[in-house]
Design a protein around this ligand. Structure first.
Ligand code: NAP
Ligand code: FE
Length: 360
């Protein structure tokens, strides 16, 4: 069990504990998306606390959803020009993952974007992460998923980058539209499922996955009604972080691996794309495993989960040839296949991939 990220998780965490960022360096490169860091109030909290502690800042607000290697390279080049000596990522998984990769590139003037996908040293500039969604858990994982247009897919960089500080404040979730809440919460749910039913799981990772599912289940109704209080937002974010701590040990599984093609080619949001494969994955996992994990999330059967997914997210139309090519790519990744708690082959993977094919 290895979880090196100090996490401050409560309402007002940045305002109260943000002074700790001052020990990370003298000038912060702050990476955000276009709007969410401002809308959520997180950026203002960070700027206030840094300026109170005499830390300089420079702001790069151009991180888009599913960030590309090029956008990370642009952010790192900006940070180098500004002579920033640490990095802060504020937002959903996109700005947080971009911040990890930028912190890696900026650690040495020689590092090139191509080094992101080359084995080697993992050292990086000091890094603080502040989520504004309840999905990726990126603030506590070592993973940074970037879009690689030349490979027509998304892929984790080759380096493990854990943040030096994470601040989780449920208040930042209150500005998120219902669609963002739904998509990201589904991502957190799938992290718990894929980690719990993973050959790499152990007692510790299962503890995080179970507790993540419990918090998720207790607050799940916000995804249906959009009625939430501050405690609910905090718990949804904590569920996401616990799911992140679980996948930080085990990695994600087959649904995540299959999902990247849907996001790249059809622009389906990450959580919804992963959820598309969760029904088939649970079916293959077998009655006992499937029921056990679904019950922790408050679903009495796979059929109930399938109907819930259909009602909240709608079943996307996915061309069969795209599913086939996602399966072929996965077959070329034996390490990922080994995470499945059941034997895999082309037929099994196609059953998973095509489970919802005729339901649109
Ligand atoms: P995201 O792509 O970061 O953001 C999605 C949208 O939600 C953006 O338009 C964003 O606006 C908006 N948004 C975010 N927070 C908001 C708030 N509080 N109020 C209003 N709008 C808000 O979404 P995400 O699902 O969190 O991240 C997905 C990315 O993370 C994918 O690239 C996925 O592959 C990756 N991921 C990483 C890990 C990991 O362990 N590192 C795990 C799973 C997934 P702005 O553009 O204005 O910010
Ligand atoms: Fe995910």
């Amino acid at each position: 069990m290895f979880m090196p990220v100090p996490v401050y998780s409560f309402s007002g965490a940045v305002r109260q504990e943000g002074f700790r960022m001052a020990s990370l360096g003298k000038k912060a490169l702050i990476l955000t998306g276009k709007n969410s860091a401002r809308q959520s109030g997180a950026l203002q909290d960070v700027l206030t606390v840094l300026h109170e502690n005499a830390v300089e800042t420079c702001l790069f607000e151009d991180i888009t959803e599913n960030p590309t290697v090029d956008s990370v390279a642009a952010a790192a080049a900006f940070g180098r020009r500004e002579q920033a000596d640490f990095v802060i990522g504020i937002g959903g998984g996109s700005p947080m993952d971009a911040a990890k990769a930028a912190a890696y590139l900026m650690a040495s003037p020689e590092r090139q974007p191509s080094d992101l996908y080359t084995a080697g040293e993992d050292n990086h500039l000091p890094l603080a992460l502040i989520p504004t969604t309840c999905g990726t858990g990126s603030e506590v994982t070592a993973v940074s998923v970037l879009t690689r247009p030349e490979k027509q897919t998304k892929k984790s960089i080759s380096h493990k980058i854990f943040a030096d500080l994470a601040f989780i404040d449920g208040a930042y979730l209150s500005s998120a539209p219902l669609s963002v809440l739904r998509h990201t919460a589904l991502d957190a749910f799938t992290h718990c499922v894929e980690s719990y039913l993973n050959t790499q799981a152990d007692d510790f990772s299962r503890m995080y996955a179970r507790e993540g599912l419990r918090l998720w289940q207790e607050n799940r109704s916000v995804l249906e009604t959009a009625e939430a209080d501050a405690g609910c937002f905090q718990q949804m974010m904590n569920a996401s972080a616990m799911a992140g701590m679980a996948i930080a040990q085990t990695g994600t599984g087959i649904p995540h691996a299959l999902s990247y093609a849907l996001t790249y080619h059809l622009h389906i949001p990450h959580g919804k794309a992963v959820g598309y494969f969760t029904v088939g994955f649970l079916q293959e996992a077998g009655e006992r495993s499937c029921r056990g994990v679904l019950q922790q999330a408050g679903f009495s059967s796979l059929q109930e989960f399938r109907e819930w997914y259909r009602a909240l997210y709608g079943i996307p139309e996915v061309p069969k040839n795209l599913l086939e090519s996602a399966v072929e790519s996965l077959l070329a990744n034996p390490a990922k296949l080994r995470t499945a708690p059941f034997p895999t082959n082309r037929t099994v993977l196609r059953m998973i991939a095509e489970n919802l094919l005729n339901e649109t």
